[in-house]
Design a protein around this ligand. Structure first.
Ligand code: TTP
Ligand code: MG
Length: 524
């Protein structure tokens, strides 16, 4: 049941996987967490059995339909990949080795060579170094269990500021290759090295990885690993292949790319979680190649999941779309059970944290959801729509308290091991402004009420009136007054029919309608 997931470095274990699983079982078998895991395991087994029964009862016509669909899809996906190769895409992924612990070892060299984790013995471990991984100690494991697996384990306190500082430093190395680099977390970066390689024809993707890793080390005295490939996904998976302090180039041909994915277990694919992996395994699909070789098995999956799986098994990135976040929340697992008396204060703290997150993102909440897990790790939620969208702490707290009051009234013996507040997001002022700009741009811009010239935003119209004195002869000077005298605004259709004239700042290239294209809205 506690199938230990592999993490880089675990293959050199000093205790066997079976022994580790037995120790974990002994240490946790009486805990509520274990019982919750048992219940989930039973549910998963039932789901797998259902999927297998469904696969066995597929009609020949369903199977052949799935095969035809998969063949078409794979062909089109492969042609996407081939097209990208013509453009010679090359992505690089960087991932720091045992990140948090490596920072601790750098700052306290006496830790080197010993099994170390960042975390607390009575809480959850953030990460372990490669010495500790030999004992199957890894991220997200309870500290007391880690101590049973490795009695000499050393625990270090979390120092987020230090890790963030290292992350900031290493970004210089990424920016030198791709100014548009993307940070996926504090320790992971994804780069498009295509243009850099075109500017440096003497270099290979592997040389660039080498160069970045050396620069990261120079800047931080920490090692990282790298991977390169035709897609961001391929590069990410490759970065894990030669960990720690190594790099793996998949190559820049479609053939090399497809061969790499052919032999890859599905569980290695980012996006295939433990549950999906188990369901696919029940269908006999273990490697990426299995997915393409046995497409009839996919007929039991919804069409979108089928296509997603085919795409992932070929290592092709999801099409990039702006991320619109619909909800935001905070939740805390608590080591000591929260009861009726202490829960009010706890929720008050969460409301403050939620407000900070909403403010940082410039958004407001619409519906409040109070969620909790009881001492048997069962999840519950209650929600209500707030009278109006808000990021105000007191109003958030009012809504949370109302829900909590109801929960306490219906529950005799309230206990919780996890408590969270979550809001669905409404458009805030900042987001509203962005949406407005987008709509304005789509409608062809804003017209000057005096001369009718068109601008990217109302702000630009103000600038134009100020700069050129447009409408002076007619008075008044300000846009507000000018607007009052202006002829009735044209309809959207009328506006669309007129060609957009770019003048003033827009013409000089300081502002263009392009600047108002929908922006990626990414929080976290
Ligand atoms: P990872 O890159 O997953 O792990 P790692 O850098 O420690 O080890 P590896 O050499 O295998 O890359 O995560 C980066 C950091 O994120 C990690 O050092 C600690 C933190 N983290 C958590 O706090 N909790 C978690 O569950 C995980 C997976 C990571
Ligand atoms: Mg890492």
């Amino acid at each position: 049941m506690f199938g230990l997931r592999e993490k880089a470095g675990m293959s050199q274990a000093v205790i066997s996987k079976e022994d580790a699983e037995r120790i974990i079982y002994e240490a946790s078998k009486d805990s509520p967490f274990f019982k919750a895991q048992q219940r989930k395991e039973e549910e998963l087994k039932a789901r797998c059995a259902h999927v297998v029964r469904r696969a066995e009862s597929l009609l020949p016509v369903e199977k052949s339909g799935a095969i035809r669909h998969a063949e078409r899809e794979v062909k089109s996906l492969l042609s996407t990949l081939a097209k990208d190769v013509k453009g010679a895409r090359c992505f690089i992924h960087i991932d720091m080795d045992a990140f948090f612990v490596q920072v601790e070892e750098r700052d306290n060299p006496s830790l080197r060579g010993k099994p170390v984790v960042v975390g607390h013995p009575r809480s959850i471990i953030s990460t372990s170094n490669y010495e500790a991984r030999k004992y199957h100690v890894r991220s997200a494991m309870a500290g007391f269990i880690a101590k049973k697996l490795c009695p000499d384990l050393i625990f270090c306190e979390l120092r987020m500021k230090a890790y963030a500082e290292v992350s900031r430093l290493s970004e210089q190395a990424y920016a030198a290759v791709d100014p548009g680099y993307e940070m996926h977390s504090l320790d992971e970066a994804s780069l498009d090295a295509t243009e850099y390689l075109a500017r440096h024809p003497e270099m290979t993707a592997d040389d660039v990885c080498e160069q970045i890793r050396a620069k990261v080390f120079e800047l931080t005295q920490l090692t990282c690993s790298a991977g390169s490939g035709l897609s961001r996904l391929a590069a990410k998976i490759a970065s894990d292949m030669r960990k720690p302090n190594g790099q793996f180039p998949i190559g820049r041909s479609v053939h090399a790319h497809v061969s790499f994915f052919d032999g890859l277990p599905l569980k290695k694919i980012t996006g295939v979680g433990q549950v999906t992996e188990r369901i696919l395994a029940a269908l006999g699909l273990v490697t990426c190649k299995d997915v393409r070789d046995q497409p009839h098995q996919l007929a039991v999956l919804p069409l979108a999941s089928r296509d997603g799986l085919l795409r992932l098994s070929l290592g092709i990135d999801r099409p990039r779309q702006p991320v619109h976040r619909h909800s935001m929340g905070v939740e805390r697992t608590v080591s000591a059970t929260v009861n009726k008396e202490s829960v009010w204060a706890f929720v008050e703290g969460l409301a403050g944290q939620l407000k900070s997150r909403l403010d940082a993102a410039g958004v407001a909440g619409e519906t409040m959801c109070f969620k909790w897990k009881d001492d048997k790790f069962r999840s519950f939620t209650r929600q209500e729509r707030m009278p109006q969208q808000t990021a105000d702490r007191d109003k958030l707290l009012d809504a949370a308290n109302r829900l909590l009051g109801k929960v306490l009234a219906e529950t005799d013996n309230f206990t919780a091991r996890l408590i969270g507040l979550q809001v669905t997001l409404g458009a805030s002022c900042a987001e509203g402004e962005r949406l407005k700009s987008t709509l304005v741009a789509q409608a062809g811009g804003v017209a000057c009420p005096c001369c009718g010239r068109r601008f990217a935003s109302e702000h630009d119209v103000d600038g134009h009136i100020e700069m050129s004195g447009c409408g002076l002869e007619k008075k008044p000077r300000t846009r507000a007054k000018a607007k009052a005298k202006a002829p009735k605004a044209k309809t959207k259709t009328e506006l669309k029919e007129r060609p957009v004239k770019r003048v003033g700042r827009a013409k000089r290239g300081q502002t263009s309608l392009k600047d108002f294209a929908p922006k990626t809205y990414n929080i976290d």
